[in-house]
Design a protein around this ligand. Structure first.
Ligand SMILES: Nc1ncnc2c1ncn2[C@@H]1O[C@H](COP(=O)(O)OP(=O)(O)OP(=O)(O)O)[C@@H](O)[C@H]1O
Ligand SMILES: [Mg+2]
Length: 389
């Protein structure tokens, strides 16, 4: 389980350390940084997939993603005596992302590549300056197990840190470059955990959505991002997952309703029996909200739960009456996977607050910087970034 998430200088997240629970719910007004937090989690997942540099480049590189406010805010700026101004930069450009789990912690530090001759055309690619994996929550040099500084990776041995490789490219993470589960088990362990994270953003429920058509049935333990393999994912739950939870979740949201997967020659189609109708409705006939709700059920009741499930605005196109049932479903799932929910729906946030393991983060912005409301009430863990020196 993730216990801490730390972000520095990523968009409006100038300096944020969050203590996480089983069920993390992020709310806040428009522009307060909810999506940036979601993106920060994705960037960490991208690091484990070897694509954090590419991902930042696609967002516009450091020029766009780096905190655009001043390096420090003076007291006079905070009180409004002086306008917010930036002075000459004192420290290096650093965008940092990190997290702790119960046993291991990881942090990555991205900066500007040194000037090259001839200049590189890859202007948007940042460079990985440092990556560290350490034991426990708070970084301290003696706890470092794997350390990457620029091109050199060192690994803890009997007598301290030994150089493991010294030819790493600045655009590659140690997650993809260090693959020795015997000598460096920590990298493999964290990589596999982070790679299991699943992000759900926007399911397709329009008239042309693939979920509305018959699909080739193949065992599907993780619903795809657009929900296109809904029928196969539901049938997989029926065969190897918690089929009772599936039927309960459907009838909790749609009293008297029941979902079935009809298989013909290996082609699957979702059908739903609804209260008051003489025949089941085919996926093509379901309303957007009903179809989406079935997608949430399929995504959440996955028979192979990941370490972390991230749900971005799951309330989209759902009527408020459905939100308490969705909250109960999410609460149930949070006992198997850690869950992260970003929501604009107050009714959903309130219903989730009654679920076990709930931690709420209400974001706000102060001087352009994302803060958590009532942060003093949270037990913010001690977090230290590995230095570059
Ligand atoms: N480089 C940057 N430096 C500082 N702030 C930035 C930077 N890039 C974007 N922002 C600001 O970050 C804020 C956070 O945006 P974000 O998309 O995360 O908000 P949100 O909470 O998801 O809002 P919404 O509810 O509208 O989706 C925006 O107000 C944007 O102006
Ligand atoms: Mg947003």
């Amino acid at each position: 389980m993730l216990t801490t998430l730390a972000i520095a200088n990523y968009r409006s997240l100038r300096d944020l350390v969050l203590p996480l629970g089983r069920l993390n719910v992020v709310t806040g007004a428009n522009g307060t940084g909810k999506s940036s937090l979601y993106r920060a989690l994705r960037l960490l997942a991208d690091a484990a997939h070897g694509d954090v540099v590419g991902s930042l480049a696609r967002e516009g590189g450091l020029a766009s993603t780096l905190w655009a406010g001043p390096e420090t805010l003076s007291r006079a700026m905070l009180s409004g005596e002086h306008p917010v101004q930036g002075g000459p930069r004192k420290g290096p450009v650093r965008l940092q992302l990190g997290f702790s789990t119960d046993e291991l912690s990881y942090a990555v530090d991205l900066g500007l590549p040194p000037p090259q001759r001839p200049p590189s055309a890859f202007q948007l690619d940042p460079e990985i300056k440092r990556e560290s994996i350490w034991a426990g929550g708070t970084f301290h040099p003696a706890g470092v197990l794997v350390d990457r500084r620029n091109h050199v990776v060192s690994v803890r041995g009997d007598h301290g840190l030994d150089v493991f490789r010294s030819d790493l490219d600045g655009f590659r993470s140690l997650f993809t470059e260090v693959a020795d589960p015997v000598r460096v088990p920590e990298v493999s362990l964290l990589r596999e955990t982070v790679r299991s994270w699943r992000f759900y953003d926007h399911f397709r429920s329009d008239a042309g959505s693939p979920a509305r058509r018959a699909q080739v049935g193949t065992r599907t333990t993780a619903l795809s991002h657009d929900g296109g393999d809904l029928a196969a994912a539901l049938q997989t739950i029926v065969e190897i997952g918690d089929v009772e939870a599936l039927h309960e979740a459907v009838s909790d949201a749609f009293p008297g309703g029941r979902v079935e997967v009809v298989a013909r020659d290996g082609w699957f189609e979702v059908e739903m029996v609804q209260h008051g109708l003489l025949r089941p409705l085919r996926a093509a006939e379901l309303s957007d909200g009903t179809l989406r709700y079935l997608m949430w059920i399929a995504a959440l009741l996955t028979p192979r739960p990941p370490a972390l499930l991230v749900l971005n605005e799951p309330e989209t196109s759902l009527h408020p009456d459905l939100l308490p049932a969705l909250a109960r479903l999410v609460g149930r799932v949070a006992s198997r996977s850690q869950v992260w929910v970003v929501t604009h729906a107050r009714a959903l946030a309130e219903a989730l607050a009654d679920q076990p393991g709930h931690v709420g983060f209400e974001l706000m912005k102060e001087f352009g910087q994302t803060e958590v409301m009532g942060a003093h009430a949270l037990e913010v863990p001690a977090w230290r970034w590995p230095s570059r020196g």
